[in-house]
Ligand binder design. Structure first.
Ligand code: FE2
Ligand code: FE2
Length: 191
């Protein structure tokens, strides 16, 4: 069975033993997570919100409920922010956090290999999104068929990024948050 980003429906069952002990309902328990852990989850919430807003913006385009120049001013900085921040976020995870978590719980090691492969897949998606997003911005200036074509192409790329990102964020949280809670509960906090 493949656990590639676009082929799986969640974490492999053998990597869910901590998640079963600390299900999502437990994550909001006061003191369950450190301020660093809560900050990390907030970053994920922000990426979900921003990527959803960008891919949803194509709908606004279809409804023609915006003025192209104003829309471009809204769209360009948000796209750039998502692309660069997401890349930076993955770098910190790869270099700083994942090695600590893998050492702390070798039974979850395969999960971090899956997440690391996701980062490569998402990195490629960020590059294709940057190209499609820039064409979309050029299309906004020219209008007409060029705009419709560029908007469709960007919409397809953005949807793929959002779908991949949602899967990745959920599985990453399911792997890491229970580990953070487990170690914090036993007085051996990891972050
Ligand atoms: Fe990640
Ligand atoms: Fe992350």
């Amino acid at each position: 069975m493949s656990y590639e980003l676009f082929e799986r429906r969640g974490l492999p069952e053998d990597l869910q033993f901590l998640l079963q002990r600390y299900p999502r309902d437990d994550w909001r328990r006061p003191g369950a997570l450190s301020s660093m852990g809560r900050f990390w989850l907030k970053r994920h919430a922000f990426f979900r919100e921003l990527s959803g807003a960008l891919s949803g913006s194509i709908e606004k385009l279809r409804e023609e409920s915006f003025e192209p120049r104003a829309f471009a001013e809204w769209f360009a900085p948000r796209l750039n922010y998502l692309l660069s921040d997401l890349d930076g976020h993955h770098n910190i995870e790869d270099v700083h956090y994942f090695p600590i978590f893998m050492d702390a719980e070798p039974r979850l090691r395969r999960g971090f290999d899956i997440l690391d492969a996701d980062h490569h897949t998402i990195h490629d998606l960020l590059e294709t999104n940057a190209v499609a997003g820039n064409r979309f911005l050029q299309g906004l200036m020219s209008g007409g068929d060029a705009l419709r074509f560029a908007a469709e192409a960007y919409g397809t790329e953005a949807d793929r990024l959002v779908n991949g990102l949602m899967r990745h964020l959920e599985d990453e949280e399911d792997l890491i948050v229970p580990l953070l809670i487990d170690r914090a509960d036993s007085g051996d906090a990891l972050m």
